[in-house]
Design a protein around this ligand. Structure first.
Ligand SMILES: C[S@@+](CC[C@H](N)C(=O)[O-])C[C@H]1O[C@@H](n2cnc3c(N)ncnc32)[C@H](O)[C@@H]1O
Length: 279
């Protein structure tokens, strides 16, 4: 089969559907309806130098008079620092918890040049919800949409210069967990989030040959106590019977090790890719 015979958007949609149906509770954005989860996300971003580096990378693509569109902006962790360097940011974010934290931070930081659109990208109306055109359009780890081709085309329809997508490559720790735990707890196979290779091929099939940058990172997942990591997983995996709780505890004991006396920690590795191109 030739590469051009493959419908890469269909490959993305099939992988996305399988991942959602595998039981992580719905589309990606539904994981962020809770304000506390959004706050935790923001503090882990702030604590991570490699995550903060994304703000620096994106800032290099703009000038003080630039306008940017942030798709899947989360709690505003990129949009707010970026808004201090440019004239306007439109931030699209559907999850209620993320939106609440974002609004709090807009007030706290006096970031009045941000327009926050509380919608999924698929539901955004480019005419009425956006303030196009934008010199920089980006989506960082937020490609929860089923029809990615349509999402990219919509982004490019309002972009005059830089387009950037960040996404996962290889297995994420939450997928590593689910590949083991889903069959054990629910008798169900897990399907990981779609791979970056599909995005590259989709862009290529659209006549876009992006610059690709790979980021490799060693990550420590740290919890204060075994109880804390156990309860976090028990709620994530809805472990509501003694048998499920025992299976989960056995898995966590094998994967998280005591560290510095009281903390429990897991060493893992994370790889991601940045695709960038000009309109
Ligand atoms: C992991 S967070 C990333 C936040 C931020 N962009 C960053 O890089 O740190 C993913 C975000 O994408 C949002 N998201 C997921 N699917 C989306 C969609 N279809 N449209 C817009 N945002 C979406 C989620 O609600 C969530 O806030």
């Amino acid at each position: 089969m030739r590469n051009e015979d493959i419908d890469w958007n269909q490959v993305w949609m099939d992988a996305q559907r399988k991942n959602v149906n595998a039981g992580c509770g719905g589309e990606c954005w539904t994981a962020w309806t809770d304000k506390d989860a959004a706050k935790k996300y923001l503090s882990s971003f702030t604590a991570s130098p490699s995550a903060r580096k994304r703000v620096t990378e994106l800032s290099r693509m703009v000038k003080p008079q630039s306008r940017a569109l942030d798709i899947g902006a989360g709690p505003g962790n990129i949009a707010i620092p970026l808004s201090k360097k440019i004239s306007h940011v439109t931030a699209v974010e559907p999850a209620a918890g993320m939106v609440e934290v974002f609004k709090d931070n807009i007030l706290l930081e006096g970031a009045d040049n941000i327009r926050l659109v509380p919608k999924r990208w698929e539901d955004v109306d480019a005419e009425s919800d956006l303030d196009a055109p934008y010199d920089l359009c980006f989506a960082a780890f937020s490609l929860g949409m089923l029809d990615l081709k349509e999402g990219i085309e919509k982004m490019m329809s309002v972009s005059t210069n830089n387009n950037v997508l960040y996404w996962h490559a290889g297995l994420q720790s939450f997928d590593e967990d689910a590949l083991v735990l889903s069959p054990l707890l629910y008798g169900k196979e897990h399907y990981p989030v779609p791979e970056s290779s599909i995005i590259f091929n989709l862009l290529y099939s659209m006549g876009i040959y992006p610059d690709v940058k790979v980021e490799r990172k060693n990550v420590r997942l740290v919890y204060k106590t075994f109880d804390e990591v156990f309860e976090t997983y028990a709620s994530r995996y809805r472990a509501d019977t003694d048998a499920k709780r025992k299976t989960l505890a056995d898995y966590l004991r094998a994967n998280y090790i005591p560290f510095e006396g009281k903390k429990v920690i897991r060493f893992t590795h994370r790889v991601s890719m940045r695709f960038s191109w000009r309109t």
